[in-house]
Write a protein that binds this ligand. Structure first.
Ligand SMILES: NC(=O)c1ccc[n+]([C@@H]2O[C@H](COP(=O)([O-])OP(=O)(O)OC[C@H]3O[C@@H](n4cnc5c(N)ncnc54)[C@H](O)[C@@H]3O)[C@@H](O)[C@H]2O)c1
Length: 385
């Protein structure tokens, strides 16, 4: 491999990266990218390594560059030793499924703030650079959502486009426990930012805006608990494979922007390899061109699923469900999330490429080939719900 250069024309030296949460959706794609296209090595930490099994198999060209550590960062003293021997720490570990925020607020807050705190402190104490994964949920509700329904300013981007260094974070009351996740993520962001300002810690904060792709979450009762609710992609995929209407929470009117995981991982790679451009920054990483309502997402997924599986479009595609029934008491939502892109464009010369149609087609092909047979088999057994 010829020497790879960063955005400033400097040779990229191999790094040893301590990646916490490496066995999750984003971690698995990031490990894959680093193994296939770079010489960096990864100390992969997670409570579960199933999604990176294919990378850990013996005899791969990168086998000497990836090691898996089954560690729960809540309680394992090996963590600091692994941070000490690394050049860079990336923390992806979190409870990050909306169904948990109002039903397991304590676990959510502990996971996203308390468990992340020692990682920050150990990076500070050992002089390590940290890339921390936050969320677009940090913005909460838009200012535009407080305007009357038909107010002309609702269409003004100033009232809805989310800017890293300007937009206020607006959450619901404490009774709306949905905001436990956003609030914990906000506090750890503030702490990291403070460590940078007061103690000179080198950091980058990433705010993902709905990254989507293969290996996201699980299908309930197939490779995850039957009574758990995954994020929207797996929820809708599950209903499609079962031939059931897709459940639209409160009518599916919320708007979201989706980005293909492989586009987003390119931004993360640039952050890793361009520290001089990324340190001290908070980056929105999303695709503002791929905005849809959740209802439109359901329609698109149904059309694509029928094309991929060769089945006829069902007469009833969606069914409305009140959020209280679907998520329980204390649920709330943000209306709209469009990332402002100036920071990533300017610092990292990065743009997302994949359209909504293409990213969903790639993803549903994966969902269909991985799960459809297992769902069919499980449905033939009477106990499967
Ligand atoms: N996927 C997205 O679109 C998205 C959006 C916003 C924010 N994020 C953030 O990005 C990060 C990664 O998200 P993801 O989609 O890959 O989630 P994920 O749930 O697939 O991955 C998280 C991983 O962290 C691991 N983990 C959790 N607690 C741990 C602990 N105590 N010790 C060791 N490992 C632990 C889990 O086992 C899991 O493999 C999270 O911090 C999340 O909040 C993701």
């Amino acid at each position: 491999m010829t020497a790879r250069l960063n955005l400033d024309g400097q040779e990229i030296k191999p790094l040893r990266i301590c990646m916490i949460g490496a066995g999750g959706f984003i971690g698995s794609h990031l490990c894959e990218k680093l193994m296939e296209t770079t010489k960096h090595s990864v100390l992969a930490i997670d409570v579960c390594g199933v999604k990176i099994q294919h990378l850990l198999a013996l005899g791969q060209p990168w086998s000497d560059r990836i090691e898996f550590y089954k560690i729960n960062i809540k309680s394992d003293t090996r963590l600091e030793g692994l941070i000490k021997v690394s050049d860079l720490v990336i923390n992806l570990a979190a409870i990050c499924t909306p169904a948990d925020y109002n039903t397991r607020p304590l676990d959510t807050i502990y996971s996203n703030f308390v468990d992340a705190l020692p990682v920050v402190q150990q990076c500070r104490d050992n002089g390590k650079r940290l890339i921390h994964f936050s969320t677009c949920e940090i913005y909460g509700k838009t200012i535009g959502s407080f305007l009357p329904r038909d107010h002309p300013l609702k269409a003004d981007p100033a009232f809805s486009v989310l800017k890293e260094d300007e937009t206020a974070c607006i959450y619901g009351s404490i009774h709306k426990q949905r905001w436990s996740y956003a609030c914990a993520k906000q506090l750890i962001e503030r702490l990291i930012f403070g460590e940078g300002a007061e103690n000179g810690m080198k950091f980058t904060i990433v705010r993902p805006f709905n990254w989507i792709g293969p290996r996201m979450d699980f299908i309930p009762g197939i490779d995850g608990p039957s009574d758990s609710i995954p994020r929207v992609l797996a929820c809708f995929s599950n209903s499609l494979m079962k031939g059931e209407p897709l459940k639209l929470v409160d009518g599916g009117k919320s708007q979201r922007t989706f980005i293909y995981i492989k586009d987003a991982i390119e931004a993360v790679q640039k952050i890793i390899e361009n520290p001089a451009r990324a340190n001290g920054h908070i980056f929105n990483v999303g695709n503002p061109h791929n905005e849809v309502t959740i209802q439109e997402l359901a329609e698109l997924m149904t059309d694509l699923y029928c094309k991929i599986s060769g089945t006829a479009r069902p007469e009833v595609v969606t069914v409305d469900v009140p959020s209280k029934e679907f998520y329980g008491v204390g649920y709330d939502d943000s209306d709209k999330r469009i990332p402002e892109m100036t920071q990533v464009r300017k610092q990292l010369e990065w743009e997302p490429k994949t359209s909504m149609y293409d990213l969903m087609e790639h993803t549903l092909k994966y969902q269909y080939s991985t799960y459809a047979e297992a769902v069919k088999k499980a449905m033939s057994k009477s106990t499967y719900k």
